[in-house]
Design a protein around this ligand. Structure first.
Ligand code: ADP
Ligand code: MG
Length: 340
């Protein structure tokens, strides 16, 4: 089929699908953006009391999604995963750039992509401020900018022995959706729709990240699997952890599956974009209050321990109260690696 918009040039495309909506956002809320799309660079105003957080995430066709993937979901997810990185550091979103390689200028595809992108951009008041557009194999790369009061960024290096380990929301749903879509298991009517949204349209925990400034000692967002990602905190903080398997928060949909699947998906499933963070036990009341204010479950799943050997270890306590042996634990510690 011929492209519906063979006459649509690069600049018309940018104007129609990106610049107009971006300008609308900036008129109602210029925030820190002095200059958006249209010049060689965008201009952000800086505040000497703040630091700028910068993150990039790329979605590659054939690697992260299929060529026929719903473009509205792609627009949403491409920005959501970047906002999730800002959230993990406690940053407030300022704006983002979009580098887009497109096989063709298909206006129906661009319309839907732009709709998904601006829905979440508006939800988190994060305007599109620039980018690049080129013909090529479908590839979506977003760079997001955020702001954090000086020295308040929540880093992976700050976990302390005795800290509680917390997880937001529920984990394992995106993995469950993937299994259902691959026909590895059957889901009841209605359940697939609920968890598919969790996979395609994750909610970045931006408000949680901001609320955790000064409370969390370390944090990250869960993109490759809870326990595998937790290991990044342990490595960078030089600590061990103890995790209680039955405390890991799971959705009602996941809890309909066998115990083995529940544990495996919740511990290793990627793509949930919840936050995992550590905080002193004296902060429990403050964290409960944040959970109530944001109407977001926050669950304490274990604690940080001082490191016993030369490499960080995660001790997993099973549903029977006993620590899992190395082989059982090994299955729950796998995480996603593009090059493994
Ligand atoms: P240059 O050639 O100077 O890099 P371009 O001609 O590629 O600039 O882009 C023109 C303007 O449109 C720039 O302000 C750029 O940031 C913006 N832009 C290009 N592509 C996109 C996109 N996909 N989304 C948002 N802004 C874009
Ligand atoms: Mg260019």
């Amino acid at each position: 089929m011929q492209s519906q918009t063979s006459s649509l040039g690069e600049f018309d495309l940018i104007q129609r699908f990106f610049k107009t909506q971006s300008e609308l956002m900036l008129v109602s809320n210029p925030g820190s953006v002095k200059l958006g799309i249209g010049d060689d660079c965008a201009l952000l105003k800086t505040d000497p009391a703040e630091e700028i957080a910068i993150t990039s995430d790329m979605l590659v066709c054939g690697r992260h999604f299929f060529p026929d993937a719903n473009p509205e979901w792609l627009g949403w997810k491409a920005l959501a995963v970047n906002l999730s990185d800002l959230a993990a550091m406690g940053a407030r979103p300022l704006g983002f750039t979009l580098a887009l390689a497109l096989p063709e200028a298909n206006s129906a595809w661009l319309e839907a992509f732009s709709k998904g992108l601006f829905t979440i951009a508006n939800q988190f008041a994060c305007p599109l401020i620039g980018g690049d557009t080129t013909a090529g194999p479908l590839n979506i790369c977003i760079t997001a900018f955020g702001s954090i009061p000086k020295d308040e960024a929540i880093r992976r290096t700050g976990a302390l022995a005795g800290d509680d380990i917390w997880v937001s929301g529920a984990v394992g749903d995106a993995r469950l959706a993937l299994a259902a879509l691959r026909h590895e298991l059957e889901l009841k009517n209605g359940d697939l729709e609920i968890i598919e949204a969790r996979m395609h349209q994750p909610t970045p925990r931006v408000h949680l990240g901001i609320a955790l400034r000064g409370i969390a000692n370390s944090a990250l967002d869960i993109s490759d699997g809870l326990l595998g990602d937790l290991r990044h905190i342990l490595k960078q903080s030089g600590k061990d952890a103890e995790i209680f398997l039955d405390r890991i928060p799971k959705s009602t949909t996941l809890r309909k599956q066998s115990q083995t699947i529940q544990n495996q998906y919740a511990a290793t499933g990627g793509d949930d974009y919840e936050l995992c963070f550590t905080a002193a036990s004296s902060s429990r009341d403050a964290i409960t209050k944040i959970s109530e204010d944001l109407n977001l479950p926050l669950t304490q799943i274990g604690s940080i321990k001082s490191m016993q050997s030369s490499a960080p270890e995660i001790h997993i306590v099973g549903n029977d109260g006993k620590e899992l042996d190395t082989q059982e634990a090994g299955l729950l510690l796998k995480s996603f690696d593009h090059f493994a």
